[in-house]
Every structure is written in structure tokens, then in C-alpha cells.
Write a new protein. Structure first.
Length: 385
């Protein structure tokens, strides 16, 4: 091969490598500001935490989208920064929810912040709108106005507005939006119960770490949920609220302690057990994990998820959404296999491993199964092919 051909091959391989790479650079924040000034770009910072699930969703979908990668390379010097390791920098830009994607001028002043997960298409639209001067706060206010008359859209829009108010440092106004969503908006929409008892309560909890009235509001509502449970231990709605509020106030270990304090036969144990299923796995309390989610129950859930993931209607979803659903089904199966193996139910665990591999035999899936089965002490259940 002559020199020209080698050079051509080199340029091609460099193009392939750069096209496949993520858009983030290994620079300090100050170095990124300097480079942005030199290249007439802005600095984009993805403030994440290691425990943030929406952050991981960004990594797996949006940040791998070719159009997003191209856009960020064209207009930004992009960084990923762990907000807990770089707390002073996160505080400088008023980052209190994760992920927050901060758009920053080369002189260090903030242009805008994009709070929460966005798919590739939504991210591109919001990013360009922010650069044009239409901030996230302005868009959130517009969304509330446009949602009038639609209960679910109004609740979603006011939750987003609350997040934007937090970012603006308007804690009192943010709390008012959050509490309206908790007490009224999301409480009236059955489809939003899951959001209410997860993302919303955790957002109020995050706010409560620096704004005492938010913490007090959670405590008041937990006390009310606890009173309902005293009157009726079978009130599952009150139990969900109590557990979510306890998690937001004190963390998952407090929820686990609550489970341990419940006597055998208490009607609250099955539901709380399901909610702390992953904590059982982390503590290698495999017997409790299998009791909380027996294999016969999981089989029905797994079959339903598998049918949903493979149904023709899923073909209409964006590819990254289908990928997330597929990955979730595989991961949920792997952790159940770990629980079964750790509890000594080896036949059930082996059967489930076979079902997972029938769905996806990739090296990534095999590696995930190997990790979980090794933790349970039964790596042999993953047979070599």
C-alpha cells in the first residue's frame, strides 16, 4: 500500500473513531472555558451523580445519538462532571437536581440549564432554544399556560416549572409548585402516582436539604400517611406515600429498617418488601428478596414485560426507547436470577437464565448475568457456549 493509501486509511479510521466517541472531553473546567473562547463555542457541562438513574439514561441514549454528538462538537466544549465530587462548581451554577446540563459562556456566566432526562430529539430542540435566548424557565412557564384544561399535562408542566424555580434559586415558589403537584395535581391523575411517589418526593427532599420548609412539608405529609396506616394497615396508597416520604427524608436504609420492624403476617410487609427488593440484594438477603418477589410472580411479570418489549406497537417507539425497554427487561431478569440463586433455588435460577439468553445472547448480557450469579455464589449456572 502506497503512502497516499495509508494516509487515506488513517483519515478514515480517525473519522470513524471520532464519530463513534462520546462528545465529552477530558479537560478541567477552566481549560474548557479557555478552549471555548479560542474556538468561539460555549461550555456544556453534564452535572451527574453515580446514583442518578436519569443520568444513566442520558449516557445510554441521548449522548450516543449521532445528531446530538455532531451538534455538541459543532457548538460546545462538552464535559461530564460528578456534582458530588465537584460540589463547589455545582453550587456555583445552582445545581440541585440531576442531571443538570449547564450551558455556560466562555467568561463563565450561565446561559441556561436543562434539568432532567431528555431524549435526543427533545434535547436538540431545547438546546437550540436556549442558545436563541428562550430559556428553560420561559419554556416551563409557557408549558403551564398551554396545558390548561389537561390535568396530566398541567401536573407535568408545573413539576417542570418547580424544577426550573429551584434552579433559579426561588425556593419558596418552587416548593409551592411541588406541593400543589403532590397534594392536588398528581394525586388526581392515576397515571402519575409513580412519578408522585418517586421523582416528585425526591425533588422535594433535595430541596429540603437546604430549605427547611420543604423538609417540614415532607414530615407533615409522612405523619398524615402514618396516621392513615394506624387506622387501616391495609391502606396501600397511604403505605406507598409513607415509604416514599421516608425514603426522601431519610434514605432507603430507613425504609429497610421500617420493613424489619413489621411483624410476620403484617399486610404491609409484601408491598414494602417489593419496594426494598434491590436493598435486599445489596445486603445479600436473598431469602427476603425471593419472599418479596417469588419466582411464580416474577414469571408472570417477566412474560408481560417480554411481550410488551416485542409487541408490534413498540416498533413505533424511537429506537432509543425500545433499547431502554429491552435493557430494563434483561436487567430485571438478571437481578431476579441472582436472588433465586442466592436463596438456593437453583433450578428456578437456571430456568430464568435460559429464558434471558433466549432473548439476548450478546456478550454484554452474558457479562451482566455472570456478575449477578457470581455475587450469589453460583456462576456455574451460566454455562459456557
Amino acid at each position: 500500500m502506497n503512502r497516499g493509501a495509508w494516509l487515506g486509511l488513517g483519515f478514515f479510521l480517525a473519522w470513524v473513531f471520532n464519530s463513534a466517541a462520546e462528545p465529552f472531553q477530558d479537560l478541567s473546567f477552566d481549560a474548557a472555558l479557555l478552549r471555548a473562547a479560542q474556538e468561539n463555542k460555549i461550555v456544556l457541562v453534564d452535572f451527574f451523580t453515580t446514583w442518578c438513574q436519569p443520568c444513566k439514561m442520558l449516557d445510554e441514549t441521548t449522548w450516543k445519538d449521532p445528531a446530538v454528538i455532531g451538534l455538541l462538537r459543532e457548538k460546545t466544549v462538552a464535559l461530564r462532571i460528578d456534582a458530588e465530587k465537584e460540589a463547589p462548581l455545582a453550587q456555583r451554577y445552582n445545581v440541585h437536581a440531576y442531571p443538570t446540563v449547564a450551558l455556560i459562556k466562555p467568561d463563565g456566566t450561565m446561559i441556561d440549564g436543562l434539568v432532567g432526562y431528555r431524549d435526543a430529539k427533545t434535547f436538540q430542540a431545547d438546546f437550540l432554544a436556549s442558545l436563541s435566548g428562550k430559556t428553560s424557565f420561559m419554556r416551563a412557564q409557557e408549558a403551564v399556560e398551554k396545558a390548561q384544561g389537561d390535568a396530566q399535562k398541567t401536573a407535568q408542566a408545573r413539576f417542570q416549572l418547580g424544577q426550573e424555580l429551584v434552579r433559579e434559586g426561588k425556593d419558596q415558589e418552587a416548593l409551592a409548585e411541588y406541593l400543589w403537584c403532590y397534594d392536588v395535581g398528581m394525586a388526581q391523575v392515576p397515571a402519575m402516582v409513580g412519578v408522585r411517589d418517586s421523582f416528585l418526593t425526591m425533588s422535594i427532599g433535595q430541596l429540603g436539604k437546604r430549605y427547611a420548609p420543604a423538609k417540614e412539608a415532607l414530615q407533615t405529609r409522612r405523619k398524615a400517611a402514618g396516621k392513615k396506616l394506624e387506622e387501616n394497615r391495609a391502606d396501600m396508597g397511604a403505605l406507598l406515600d409513607f415509604v416514599a416520604l421516608t425514603d426522601a427524608l431519610e434514605g432507603k436504609q430507613a425504609v429497610l429498617a421500617y420493613f424489619d420492624a413489621l411483624p410476620p403476617g403484617d399486610p404491609r410487609r409484601p408491598l414494602v418488601g417489593k419496594l426494598v427488593f434491590r436493598q435486599f440484594l445489596e445486603a445479600k438477603r436473598y431469602g427476603d428478596a425471593v419472599e418479596a418477589r417469588p419466582y411464580v410472580t416474577f414469571q408472570a411479570e417477566f412474560a408481560a414485560m417480554l411481550n410488551a418489549a416485542q409487541s408490534p406497537s413498540q416498533q413505533a417507539l424511537p429506537e432509543n426507547a425500545r433499547e431502554r425497554l429491552h435493557a430494563y427487561v434483561l436487567e430485571d431478569g438478571a437481578i431476579e436470577a441472582e436472588a433465586l440463586a442466592g436463596a438456593g433455588k437453583l433450578d428456578d435460577a437456571g430456568e430464568l437464565v435460559g429464558k434471558i439468553l433466549a432473548m439476548d445472547k450478546s456478550e454484554k448480557t452474558r457479562a451482566m448475568l455472570h456478575e449477578h450469579l457470581t455475587r450469589a455464589g453460583h456462576a456455574e449456572l451460566l454455562k459456557a457456549e
